[in-house]
Design a protein around this ligand. Structure first.
Ligand code: 6PG
Length: 471
């Protein structure tokens, strides 16, 4: 047995793992780390300083250095690597040991792993961790799922390392099984939606509004002091000001406009479709990343289709104001779609999520942290059964006040030929959601016409089929 016994283990000493270990060390927890890559172990040991943290090069040394029953966190890339780490560890673990997957695992993998490991006398938790490198180091938002009793074993440590808002830690047990990873997946879906909306605003302000990078920097800095205050608006303000060391231009102008993705946004859309919950803004954000990556085809299309754009001038201050309102409106609608998905998933998967709690722990540390999450938290506290944020009176008042700016912005974008699909999706979602009648009667008639799929009537109960004119 190793001389010193550590409270926690961490497998995976990449950027996120190493920073989380340092954060744990800062809060007085002793942590043993393990990574197959010896240089990462060495890097962590060099950074350890006064902290009670130590990296090990072999899993045997690592495991024997942990207090039992062991609590082992994993921060390794999602997918087969998680299974392979678990497979390697399993024979060396003892009953009662707890494995905590802190990566962006797909929620169905978390359910499968929990079930399998619990059968074998081991415990498993899936925990979403958001905030990137600096979040892991100085306070992430943490979304834990798993059994409540097992959560108790890590709660004091997670509460210590998490971001704080008004002294409250941005972590709270969310629900059984994969609840934590599901909430993290939807967090990332919202993240995709917000990033796309901000990019569309940038496109409009740059090309139609004629704002240069300095003006954009000033504008986003101002926005970040008002209702739009959020992590993503703040970093975007910084991005407009960043110089490129190689050319002296703004770095943003030197970056290839082709977005990458690891899949969490797509998973959100895939599961929303399977649960029949509309989240069109997030769907559109995923599609636009895909479209942005189709550079060759877009370049060929550009040659085939002559530009046919409205070149009329806009009233700059008025337009900037309208875009601000459109972005605010769209951000609210995007959160509403994400929360609606969480509400439906909670029933379908029996997570029993407390949506006020989710909004509460997203207020700090994570990528989608924003001032408006406090209003979302309050709305779900007022009415935990709220099926959509659009049905909250205070949200209705805000959205109604922003609607004109939203419509004007989309109208200007259409006239100017600027693609704003995520904004359009927000507006269309709102317009559809807030109408009692949608033209689905015609869809039902068509289905019955060609497939005898039947329809219901507005004036009497029952299911009907008609022999339509040409049948
Ligand atoms: C977070 C981020 C983090 C990661 C994204 C990036 O919450 O800290 O969401 O999980 O940066 O997964 O995702 P893409 O590579 O798909 O953009």
């Amino acid at each position: 047995m190793a001389e010193k016994q550590y409270d926690y283990g961490m497998i995976g000493l990449g950027t996120m793992g190493r920073n989380l270990v340092l954060n744990m060390g800062d809060h007085g927890f002793s942590v043993a780390g393990f990574d197959k890559d010896a240089s990462k172990v060495q890097a962590m040991n060099q950074e350890a300083e006064h902290r009670s943290i130590q990296g090990f090069n072999t899993s045997a040394e690592f495991l024997s250095a942990l207090k039992t029953p062991r609590v082992i966190l994993m921060l390794v890339p999602a997918g087969p690597i998680v299974d392979s780490v678990i497979g390697d560890l399993k024979p060396l673990l003892s009953a009662g040991d707890l494995l905590v997957d802190c990566g962006n695992s797909h929620f169905t993998d978390t359910d499968r792993r929990s079930e399998q490991l619990e059968k074998e006398g081991l415990h498993f938790m899936g925990i979403g961790v958001s905030g990137g490198e600096s979040g892991a180091r100085y306070g992430p938002s943490i979304m834990p799922g798993g059994t409540r009793e097992v959560y108790g074993r890590v709660a004091p440590m997670l509460e210590a390392v998490a971001a704080k808002v008004n002294g409250e830690p941005c972590v709270s047990w969310l629900g059984p099984k994969s609840a934590g990873h599901y909430v993290k997946m939807v967090h990332n879906g919202i993240e995709y939606g917000l990033m796309q909306l901000i990019s569309e605003s940038y496109h409009l302000l740059k090309e139609t509004g004629g704002l240069n990078n300095d003006e954009l920097h000033t504008l986003f800095t101002r926005w970040n002091a008002g209702a739009l205050q959020s992590f993503l608006i703040g970093i975007t303000a910084d991005i407009f000001a960043q110089q490129d060391e190689l050319t002296g231009n703004r770095l943003l102008d030197m970056i290839r406009a082709s977005a990458r993705q690891k899949g969490t946004g797509m998973w959100t859309s895939q599961d929303a479709f399977s649960l029949h919950v509309p989240i069109p803004t997030i769907d559109m954000a995923v599609a636009q990343r895909d479209l942005s990556a189709m550079a060759e085809e877009r370049s060929a299309a550009r040659k085939l289709y002559p530009e046919n754009r409205y070149a009329g001038a806009v009233d700059k201050p008025l337009f900037v104001n309208q875009v601000e309102q459109a972005l605010h409106f769209s951000m609210l609608v995007t959160y509403a779609q994400g929360m609606s998905l969480l509400g439906h998933a909670s029933s379908a998967y029996k997570y029993e999520l407390d949506l006020a709690r989710v909004a509460g722990l997203w207020r700090g540390g994570c990528i989608i942290r924003a001032a408006l999450l406090e209003d979302i938290r309050v709305a779900f506290t007022r009415n935990p059964a709220l099926s959509s944020l659009l049905l909250d009176e205070s949200f209705a008042t805000t959205l109604t006040g922003l609607l004109n700016g939203m419509r004007q912005t989309v109208t200007t974008a259409v006239a100017a030929g600027i693609p704003v699909p995520a904004m359009m999706a927000c507006l269309a979602y709102y317009e559809s959601f807030c109408r009692e009648w949608l033209p689905a009667n015609l869809i039902q008639a068509q289905r019955d016409y060609f497939g005898a799929h039947t329809y219901e009537r507005t004036d009497r109960e029952g299911v009907f089929h008609t022999h339509w004119l040409s049948e």
